[in-house]
Write a protein that binds this ligand. Structure first.
Ligand code: SF4
Length: 386
């Protein structure tokens, strides 16, 4: 069991994909040259070395390989990165080490080797079990590929598998979404992340919607899909522990809990974001810096831009916004101990209004949103930003 009070996490960004999906706005580039992965791994090793030299020694309990498509890395490259992290930061059990994987890139042997390299949690970007929807999203895999990937993960020995699914895809009906959820649950993953499709105007999907070739769902339809998820997953013992995340008991993602608990984390790799000593900053997204970093690298080649330097008030407001995303909510006593702020008093009026509306409760010393408020959480949380 990981003690949630005293750890930091490491996020490693692998910015390569086989091809760009139609809806994607993340920092990722098509992998043009197989050598890039090897060079990038050396660049990461150089950054790890530099970043660890000024680290304050707080224990690291989670590592998360995100992307892009981290499953393009070979098991040997994963092993090299983890060995370097261990040497530089010290990775001590119990560790949660997650890797995002695209179902188009994995098979049982690869996943078994990844497990041997140290990955113990797998997050598969399934997105949909309907081929028509996958085609619209521009995914490279079929529904069948995803099923095989999940089965391969279990056969390879993983016992902590997440599936990402997207809802609100143009043309999606409640029946389609129920079908997706049933197919997902039939595979018995330990964790499900459900994301509402975000339309980014400059993506191929965004342009089609702009041109009137496709239509996004109405808010009410999206809300119905969300409610359907809450109902169906609860029937199968998946507990909603955050607005978009559901897990079997004990299988919550510790790395994500760290974000929502407003804890600090180190982001490594091109374009990765860190939050250390109240400063949120983004590494340089210039890939060539990483690809050329091996050996005689320039000092601090990774440094990019400062996104936010938080004062004490921004720090605790941030903790409120993130903490209220979780089903557990905010422990009011802990919050006072940590920030010296009595939330109940500070937000007396807003809290009372939300309680009256059925959007918020205080129970057992925790302030939390009610499940029926999750879908409109952005509007509610905005009331806590002064
Ligand atoms: S695989 Fe993920 S990161 Fe890569 S293009 Fe598709 S959505 Fe973006």
């Amino acid at each position: 069991m990981i003690n949630q009070q005293d750890y930091r996490g490491i996020y490693i960004h692998i910015p390569f994909c086989k091809a760009k999906c139609n809806y994607c706005d993340f920092y990722s580039v098509p992998l043009a040259d197989g050598d890039w992965l090897e060079k990038y791994t050396r660049g990461l090793a150089a950054e790890i070395q530099q970043r660890a030299s000024s680290y304050d020694g707080q224990p690291i309990r989670t590592v998360y390989f995100g992307g892009g498509t981290p499953s393009l890395l070979t098991p040997a490259q994963i092993e090299t990165i983890l060995a370097k992290l261990d040497q530089a930061f010290g990775l001590h059990s119990p560790m949660e080490i997650t890797m995002e994987a695209n179902p188009a890139t994995v098979d049982q042997k690869y996943l078994r080797d990844c497990r041997r390299a140290g990955i113990n949690r797998l997050s598969l970007g399934v997105q949909s079990f309907i081929d028509r929807e996958l085609h619209l999203l521009g995914r490279l895999h079929s529904a069948r590929d995803s099923e095989e990937a999940v089965q391969a993960a279990f056969a390879a020995g993983f016992d902590n598998v997440n599936l990402d699914l997207i809802y609100g895809i143009p043309g999606q009906t409640t029946g389609d979404w129920e079908y997706n959820l049933h197919r997902a649950m039939a595979l018995a993953p330990q964790h499900l992340s459900l994301y509402l499709l975000q339309l980014e105007p400059h993506t191929p999907l965004g342009r089609k919607v702009e041109a009137g070739q496709l239509y996004m769902l109405e808010d009410e339809e999206e809300y119905q899909l969300y409610r359907t998820s809450q109902e169906l997953l609860a029937q199968k013992n998946y507990r909603q522990y955050e607005i978009s995340n559901f897990a079997l008991p004990g299988k919550e993602c510790h790395h994500n809990l760290l974000y929502w608990d407003s804890r600090e984390y180190i982001g490594l790799g091109a374009g990765a974001v860190s939050f250390i000593n109240r400063v949120r900053f983004r590494n340089t997204a210039r890939l060539e810096q990483y690809l050329q970093a091996a050996g005689d690298y320039p000092l601090n080649f990774w440094q990019g831009e400062i996104l936010e330097e938080m004062d004490e008030e921004q720090r605790w407001v941030d903790a409120v916004i993130l903490g209220l995303r979780t089903a557990r909510g905010i422990n009011l006593k802990d919050f006072y101990r940590r920030f010296g702020v009595d939330l109940h008093q500070k937000y007396a009026e807003v809290i009372q209004e939300m309680k009256t509306g059925g959007f918020m409760i205080i129970r057992d010393g925790y302030l939390r949103l009610t499940p029926s408020a999750y879908f409109i959480s952005n509007q509610i949380l905005a009331r806590f930003i002064q």
